[in-house]
Design a binder for this molecule. Structure first.
Ligand SMILES: Nc1ncnc2c1ncn2[C@@H]1O[C@H](COP(=O)(O)OP(=O)(O)OP(=O)(O)O)[C@@H](O)[C@H]1O
Ligand SMILES: [Mg+2]
Length: 288
């Protein structure tokens, strides 16, 4: 037990804001560690088996060689930074997650068990939304770095153990991206909502050629008018998400964009895109 305590002291929930979480029970088997990738809206933790973390730091001997395997998360634990004023607003968030799950299905999103807790760590009572999510292993699909039609092949080529069948994996990924794009278009048409496709790391290509949206909380309503909506962080996530959708279609699926599509017609005009760029710039300046 002493060893376990040592590990906890080094890594357990080290962010100052999330120390002493009253809603997490100590476990003899599991621990939480800040995940190496992060975002703006959520605190992201990996849920690890304590014994795997031991192996990571002390190593294990395999075929006479001491190896230090990285502990693989059993789950991802997400705490949303937003503070909600009422249960209704928080239930509305959970409702939007269910809309997303219905629209895309479990193959295309990192499924999450969303739950609400009362956080008392600041001396007041706050309603906080959390999610215990499936861990998705893989490479980030970065829509801003697709320079040619070999993007997917290059990604799978650089994954060492898959060298032999990287073309096949790239084809599988392309098929999954096509299904993703189709389902997002249907979701937009049928529900009027779009998830956040724009954030860094929101889309992950899995080692077997799958595609998963892991950022499942920032789902926004699309308004077909001239006003560019900015989200709670000041980012034009609706416009940029629609742009990403068109990039997936054009640059990965190599399809012509139907500019007659009501969504693209409103959102992708050069004039509007220029305004969006200006808002993005303002957002990034506000971060520094
Ligand atoms: N279930 C998961 N499996 C693997 N990686 C994940 C998972 N959830 C989140 N991540 C990674 O953690 C990082 C932050 O996640 P995410 O984008 O969901 O956080 P956020 O704070 O809500 O985002 P944003 O800044 O876009 O609002 C991303 O790089 C993402 O790839
Ligand atoms: Mg994100």
């Amino acid at each position: 037990m002493k060893d376990t305590k040592d590990i906890r002291d080094q890594t357990y929930l080290s962010g100052s804001e999330v120390q002493n979480l009253n809603f997490i029970k100590e476990s003899e088997s599991y621990m939480f560690r800040k995940y190496y990738r992060s975002g703006l809206r959520s605190h992201i933790f990996e849920v690890l088996l304590i014994k795997d973390v031991h192996k990571e730091s002390q190593g294990e001997i395999i075929d006479g060689i001491r190896l230090f395997p990285r502990a693989k998360p059993k789950k991802i634990f997400r705490i949303l930074r937003s503070r909600f004023e009422s249960k209704d607003t928080i239930f509305n968030e959970i409702k939007k997650y269910n809309i997303l799950l219905n629209a895309l299905g479990p193959d295309l999103i990192a499924q999450s068990q969303e739950f609400v807790v009362e956080y008392t760590g600041t001396g007041t009572r706050q309603i906080v939304l959390c999610g215990l999510q499936e861990y998705v292993e893989g490479e980030i699909l970065d829509p801003w770095r697709i320079f040619d039609e070999n993007y997917l092949t290059n990604i799978y080529q650089s994954t060492p153990q898959r060298e032999s069948n990287h073309c096949k994996l790239a084809q599988t990924a392309k098929k999954n991206i096509a299904t993703f794009v189709k389902k997002i278009h249907i979701m937009i048409k049928e529900t009027g909502y779009i998830p956040d496709l724009a954030g860094n790391g929101n889309l992950i290509l899995t080692p077997d050629g799958g595609l998963k949206l892991v950022d499942i909380n920032n789902i926004v309503e699309i308004k077909l008018d001239n006003k560019i909506l900015i989200d709670d962080k000041g980012y034009p996530s609706c416009d940029v998400s629609i742009d990403v959708l068109s990039i997936l279609e054009r640059d990965i699926l190599q399809k012509d964009i139907h500019i007659d599509d009501p969504i693209y017609k409103v959102f992708l005009t050069p004039k509007r895109k220029k305004r969006v760029k200006a808002l993005e710039k303002k957002f990034y300046n506000s971060l520094s």
